[in-house]
Design a protein around this ligand. Structure first.
Ligand code: GLV
Ligand code: MN
Ligand code: MN
Length: 415
């Protein structure tokens, strides 16, 4: 499929159409997993899949599979797709670009009369963002065998609703989890298109990135227990201020990431809650999230160990208690060399410039790499901005990325 065979207007229509399902109109897109907006967006995608003639399946986590049947029903399928949930006040393209690129790729094949041997399934993986339940890639994690029924019961959102109850309340059947995911599905290959979420492609003026490795997150919750007391009445030397200890821990994380010799490593504290949370009260408790990413599992483990030791020392010196609870510790993924080579070949054949990249953000492909050889195509996003309402793309790049994806899918589905 050449770029001319990809329908730019249809892609734009889908991206704009799904943006209507949003809890924060005018303030970016907020579509948390298993919320009413998420359910509406799922129904929208299922409707569009049906219009394209795809066979739609769903599972008990809310993953959607839109299948373009191959000529050999016994051949393991090829998967593509991404996610439709967003971070709070996020953008229109993170995840969405990959879902609609997948849909247009199979639609273009059908229009061109291309029907490969293997079924190509355009998938929507439920809950890639960790913003609501503190765990990322819920749907693809389930598919890859990295999630258990106990995890569904243990992970809860800030209001205390567990993943299990959220699913149950929406009419899914989480009690079927152990029957739905006893074995890993036999998948031939997985290809995902995604916006880059960095500015390397834009700076280089290159429309397509071939991802060689995906950094994986290690997520933890840190709880610091100090002593609540009067902001004016407690002199500086007598305090056991939970926030000041947390702040020192945060700066330690930054220093460890800055001084690591890793190829790529990041440390982030994105959320903090102070209790009781009043201007004239020294906080007795601080709870904050920790997010550490690297393309090397060893470098990440080393940073986590140094962080633990450093936090213990800070807590001791400041007379507070600190506990660090792991939420997930995922292994980074090296993308499949053969699939990446096919992507490069197809981009060359279409005369579309491309370059290799490492992904700092995680993606559903990180999980899918457990099931099958996996690779990713990136397209640029404006100024590298993502997880923000200012997220933007050039539709020409999406068309080019979709053409490369379509050609690679057709090729790999005929292997
Ligand atoms: C995915 O959105 C990430 O946080 O990397
Ligand atoms: Mn994201
Ligand atoms: Mn994403």
């Amino acid at each position: 499929m050449t770029a001319e065979q990809i329908r730019r207007d249809e892609l734009r229509g889908w991206l704009d159409g799904i943006a209507a399902f949003n809890a924060t109109p005018g303030e970016g897109i907020t579509r948390g997993v298993y919320t009413p907006e998420f359910e509406d967006a799922r129904r929208y995608v299922i409707g569009e899949m049906k219009k394209l003639g795809l066979t739609v399946r769903e599972d008990c986590l809310g993953n959607i599979f839109g299948e373009y049947p191959g000529t050999d029903p016994n051949a393991a399928p090829v998967w593509t797709g991404s996610h439709i949930d967003t971070v709070p006040n996020g953008g229109k393209y993170d995840g969405l670009a990959g879902v609609f690129a997948g849909l247009e790729a199979v639609a273009a094949m059908r229009r061109a009369g291309v029907r490969p041997k293997r079924t190509i399934s355009v998938n929507v993986y439920a809950g890639e963002e960790m913003s609501r339940f503190g765990v990322c890639c819920i749907g693809s994690r389930g598919l890859s065998g990295r999630l258990s029924l106990t995890d569904l019961k243990n992970h809860a959102d800030p209001s205390g609703t567990s993943l299990y109850d959220a699913l149950k309340n929406l009419g899914y059947a989480p009690e079927d989890f152990d029957q739905t995911f006893p074995h890993k599905a036999p998948i031939h290959a997985s290809l995902e298109l995604h916006i880059e979420q960095n500015d390397k492609l834009e700076k280089a003026g290159v429309p397509v990135g071939i991802v060689t490795g995906i950094c994986a997150p290690t997520n933890m919750i840190c709880e610091v227990d100090g002593v609540q007391s009067h902001a004016g009445g407690t002199s500086m030397t007598d305090r056991r201020d939970a926030y000041m200890a947390a702040a020192e821990m945060a700066l330690l994380l930054e220093e460890l990431a800055n001084t690591s010799t890793s190829d790529y490593i990041t440390g982030t504290i994105g959320e903090i809650t102070l209790t009781p949370g009043a201007a004239n009260v020294i906080p007795g408790k601080a709870v904050f999230t920790v997010d550490i990413r690297s393309v090397s599992a060893e470098d990440k483990d080393e940073l986590v160990e140094n962080l633990r030791a450093g936090m213990r020392a800070i807590a001791e010196r400041r007379g507070v208690d600190g506990t660090l609870t792991p939420l997930n510790n995922d292994a980074p993924l090296r993308c499949d060399a053969h699939l990446s080579a096919v992507l490069r070949e197809q981009a060359d054949a279409l005369d579309i410039p491309h370059m290799d990249l490492i992904s700092g953000p995680y993606h559903d492909s990180l999980m899918l790499g457990d099931l099958a050889p996996a690779a990713m195509v990136f397209i640029p996003c404006e100024k590298g901005i993502s997880h923000d309402r200012a997220e933007n793309i050039d539709d020409d790049d999406l068309v080019k990325g979709t053409a490369v994806l379509a050609e690679a899918l057709a090729k790999i589905a005929d292997e």
